[in-house]
Design a protein around this ligand. Structure first.
Ligand code: UDX
Length: 433
């Protein structure tokens, strides 16, 4: 099949490379010329495990190419996946400008029988608008469908190759059958739902996962007040099969490009339909305030951080990615700078975003050891294996009363305390360590 993927961001490149690896002829299309030039040279604009080699292999065998030209990539396409960004505005309303601009650009080159699939996260109800827009720009029959993606950064290639389900939002049986045939190779359950249900399902999945994280974070905070230990609480509840032991790691709150945005948009949508007082508002607020609340608690334990040097280990919003969008590390650094601390930071992949890059009080270094040298406090923010497995006894400065804030609860507190650090975790103060 001929497939065109519009948007060469994270979802777009993964989708393109995976379909190309299954033997399809895929073109990745983007209006960003420098990005396309880099992709043509086999260079990815971001880090994602396994993607580099998949792009190179599929390009080498001639299954994957990149272009900026709609007139080249659209006319022969059987399927067009729209994978452009849908950022949130300040109010929480989703900004559909990039989807609409892609539809406007592709419409004049459409042929009959092409199916346009929206993979970008868009609010239920957007299809009426998209259909109207496409029909106003082309005389060809327009077939529109929605296939939300559920991949996670850091394991995106495997998630796409082995999805838990393929959700096809299509009103027509004919469109559904063609999309089903395209996806059968993935060997996953294939669901036919309406486009609105597919889109609502995507929001609901992310909002539920964000709810789990928020819930366990709230329970962890209560543990700090009542002497319980969050790890033991998770063990206690996890044996109930309705609850389970998975996806229960307390921390500084959820980050990344999906959860904060999707929760914000659901909160906005709920307000728009008259549910002013809704759970998504509260969850968003709790997640936003979480970091300053946690750092205030640290100050209560260790004293002011003014003029102190703090090592922030990890910049990415999670391990195995260089993505710093909505990363807790950035909010931690903002808070530390406001409190007049100096920061040394390390991440195996991510670099300081531009707002911090030239800040005099922040220094990004290339080893954990350098980041911790002379630090008064150490914060483990992203649970990269090399960070959580690092031997912190090697950087203990005996001339100082150092503290170590393990925001992902990954270290062995007794060993850290034996090394002479004051250990701080999340929801585990009651534990005799
Ligand atoms: C998420 C969804 O998992 C994916 O299905 C969807 O398509 C896109 O959004 P992603 O944002 O890549 O994927 O990351 P995920 O691993 O789900 O983590 C999101 C955030 O939650 C991270 O900041 C992570 O650190 C945090 N998290 C996750 C926790 O704080 N505790 C947990 O138990 C799990």
């Amino acid at each position: 099949m001929n497939i065109t993927v519009i948007g060469t961001g994270f979802v777009g490149v993964v989708t393109a490379a995976v379909f190309a690896s299954l033997g399809h002829q895929v073109v990745g299309l983007d209006i960003d010329e420098s990005r396309v030039t880099q992709l043509q040279l086999g260079k990815l604009p971001f880090f994602e495990p396994e993607l580099d080699s998949l792009v190179q292999q599929t390009a080498t065998i001639g299954n994957l190419s990149f272009t900026t030209a709609y007139e080249e990539a659209i006319p022969s396409a059987d399927f067009i996946f729209v994978c452009v960004g849908t950022p949130s505005s300040d109010t929480g309303a989703v900004d559909l400008r990039f989807v609409e601009s892609a539809l406007r650009s592709l419409a004049p080159h459409l042929s009959d029988d092409t199916i346009v699939i929206i993979k970008s996260t868009v609010p239920p109800g957007s299809f009426t608008r998209f259909e109207k827009l496409l029909k106003s720009q082309t005389s060809h029959a327009v077939a529109l469908a929605s296939i939300p993606e559920f991949l996670r950064e850091g394991s995106a290639v495997q998630d796409t190759l082995h999805p838990s389900r393929i959700v096809i939002g299509a009103d027509s049986v004919h469109v559904f059958e063609q999309l089903k045939a395209l996806h059968v190779a993935f060997g996953a359950p294939i669901l036919q739902v309406t486009p609105a249900s597919a889109q609502m399902g995507k929001y609901a999945a992310n909002a539920y996962l964000a709810t789990r994280i928020t819930f366990i974070n709230q329970i962890a905070d209560l543990c700090e007040k009542n002497g319980a230990d969050i790890a033991e609480v998770i063990e206690t509840i996890g044996y109930d099969e309705r609850i389970g032991k998975h996806y229960w790691y307390p921390g500084l709150g959820y980050g990344g490009s999906c959860f904060p945005k999707d929760v914000k948009e659901l909160a906005y949508f709920s307000r728009q339909v008259g549910h002013g007082d809704n759970w998504f508002n509260d969850m968003q607020q709790f997640n936003e305030q979480r970091i300053s609340a946690a750092l205030d608690r640290v100050v209560t334990k260790v004293g002011s951080v003014k003029n102190k040097q703090i090592a922030v280990l990890g910049l990415a919003f999670k391990p195995q990615t260089d993505d710093t969008r909505e990363s807790p590390a950035l909010k931690v650094m903002e808070w530390l700078l406001k409190s007049q601390a100096t920061v040394t930071t390390y991440d195996p992949r991510a670099v300081l975003p531009s707002q911090f890059a030239h800040h005099q009080a922040i220094n990004q270094v290339d080893t954990i050891r350098k980041a911790c040298q002379g630090a008064d406090g150490i914060m483990i923010v992203t649970e990269w294996p090399e960070i959580v497995n690092f031997d912190f006894t090697r950087v203990r400065d005996k001339t100082k009363m150092q503290w170590l804030f393990d925001t992902r609860n990954r270290l062995h507190p007794p060993s850290i305390q034996e090394a002479g650090y004051q250990y701080i975790g999340i929801g585990r103060v009651g534990k005799k360590v």
